[in-house]
Ligand binder design. Sequence first.
Ligand code: PMP
Length: 286
Amino acid sequence: MIYLNGEFMPLEEARISVLDRGFLFGDGVYEVIPVYSRRPFRLEEHLERLEYSLAGISLVNPFDRGGWRQRIEELIALNPWEDQSVYLQITRGVAKRDHAFPVGVKPTVFMMSSVLSIPGPELVREGANAVTVDDFRWSHCDIKSISLLPNVLLRQLAVEAHANEAILLREGWLTEGAASNIFIVRDGVLCAPPKDHHMLAGITYDVIVELAHANDLPVSIGPVPEEWIHTADEIWQTSSTREVLAITRLNGKPVGSGVPGPMFKRIYSLYQEYKHCVMKGENAVS
Ligand code: PMP
C-alpha cells in the first residue's frame, strides 16, 4: 500500500500526471526512513532533515510533524513487514512546463514502503568493495533532492567496477559515498568529513558519531584528504539501509588487513544494541 495526495491505495492504482515537476525537472525532495519492528528509527531527525530539504528548495512543508508522523504510522500499519523502508517524496506539483516556480500549485506527496533489506551476515563478516571516483555533483548535496542523476551515474561506475559503492572525492578531499556517508579509521581515530553543502547530513552518520562519543572511541571530524583513504586502517560506509558496513577492498586492493577491523566490530555491535533498544521503545544512545 502506498500514500498519494491524501489517499492510501495499492501501488498498482497510483497515478500521477506526466506534467508533475518531479517527472519533468526532478523538482522535489525525499527521505528514506528505516523501520524496525514497526517503529520508525530516528523519525524526528528524518522529519527535521526533510524540513531542511524543503526549505532548501523553497517548498512549503505540506504537513506539520504530527501530520507526517500519523501518515507514516498508518503506512507502516498497512504494509505486511515488521522491518520496512519508508520512502517519501514531495514535488512542486503539476503545472504547465516552465522552469520558474508555478503559482498556486499543490505539491505532490507520495509515500511508499518496502521490506527493509539490510546487509546480510556474509557481507557484514567480509566487508564491501568500493572504488574512488571524482565527485562531479552540484554544490547543494546537503539537500536530499530527487534529482539523483549524478548519484545514479556514480553508483553505476561502482557497479561496472564490480564494487558496492563509489567513494566520492572532490578536489582531493573525501565528501561521501554515492548513497552513503564514509568514515575512516586512522591510527585508532575515527575520522569523517564535517557536514557541509558537499555532503548529505546522514542520520546514520550522527548515530555513529554519538555512539563513538558515548563509548569513548576517539573521533575526529575534519576534512579527510584523499591520501588518508588510500592508507586507512579501516573504511566504513553508513546509511539508513546499509546501517554500518566495512569496506574491505578499495580500487581492487585490501583496506588495512583486508577484513573488517576491530573498531568496525565494536561500532557494529554498539549499533545493533542501540537498534534493539529502539525496537523496544527506548530511545537513548547506549
Ligand atoms: N549520502 C547520500 C548521498 C545518500 O544518498 C545517503 C542515503 N540516504 C546518505 C549519505 C546516508 O544518509 P542516511 O544515513 O540518512 O541514510
